[in-house]
Design a protein around this ligand. Sequence first.
Ligand SMILES: Cc1ncc(C[n+]2csc(CCOP(=O)(O)OP(=O)(O)O)c2C)c(N)n1
Ligand SMILES: [Mg+2]
Length: 284
Amino acid sequence: MNDGSRDIRGSNTSLERRAWEIRRNALLMGEVQGQGYIGQALGIADVLAVSYFHALKHRPDDPEWEARDRFLLSIGHYAIALYAALIEAGVLPEDEIETYGMDDSRMPMSGMAAYSPGMEITGGSLGHGLGIAVGMCLGLKRKENPAFVYNLLSDGELGEGSTWEAVMSASQHKLDNLIAIVDFNNQQADGKSTDMLCAEPLEDKWAAFGWHVQRVDGNSIPELVAAFDAARNLEASQPRAIICQTTMCKGIPFLESREITHFIRVEADEWAKARGILDAEMPA
Ligand SMILES: Cc1ncc(C[n+]2csc(CCOP(=O)(O)OP(=O)(O)O)c2C)c(N)n1
Ligand SMILES: [Mg+2]
């Protein structure tokens, strides 16, 4: 849907290839710091590919276009993933990858709206994105702006009370312009999300609060496309949630199999190995 005015690969590029490029950008950024939230970026790459190259209306050369769909990243630590997508979309330049996480970079390690084009909100303190999204949806409706707000939140954020307040207000206000995307990777800083504050059964909970809910394999592009289309085209005065089950470090088996994946250190020689694995799988 985006007009692709700075689309270096051309609009016929497959979503699989987009996801691959996002993973590649994330690995290159990760290598600059030697560590970080690489697992999240590899895990969420398919969701971001479908968001930025299928679902969202946006203009890469005009990130503040009034009619754009807003993509709110609740989870500041996932910034590496969003930069990787924004680079592929042409919002951020590829040659700034080497500045990732450095002083004065437009790509700080935690997402900040004032620093990066395309970063709609500042993250860091978890549990606020959905509340901000609710406010934005109300504002857009008042202005009769038909744009959608997409909010990517994490399963760890489902342990924040503020998230559930926002869930309730979204349905109270019948926010049919709101699409929440939950990255259900069953991981948070101290271990598995289901071992901390288990939010299951997730579909039942969101549905009980008045939301339309879908649960999909968040690493399957066909499933994601179908779910994003259904969420957008639903004819009901309800907010919509897409629960995406993803695998941390997806695509790089020696990282996937690590026990702790929330923040990983990758040894100097392992970056080339990871890139090699990815390069061997490059889609058309
Ligand atoms: C309000 C708040 N509490 C705690 C933290 C510390 N923190 C940073 S990331 C994180 C894990 C949150 O879970 P999730 O986003 O699901 O982790 P991931 O899937 O990225 O491992 C925590 C607790 C924070 N940033 N904000
Ligand atoms: Mg998580």
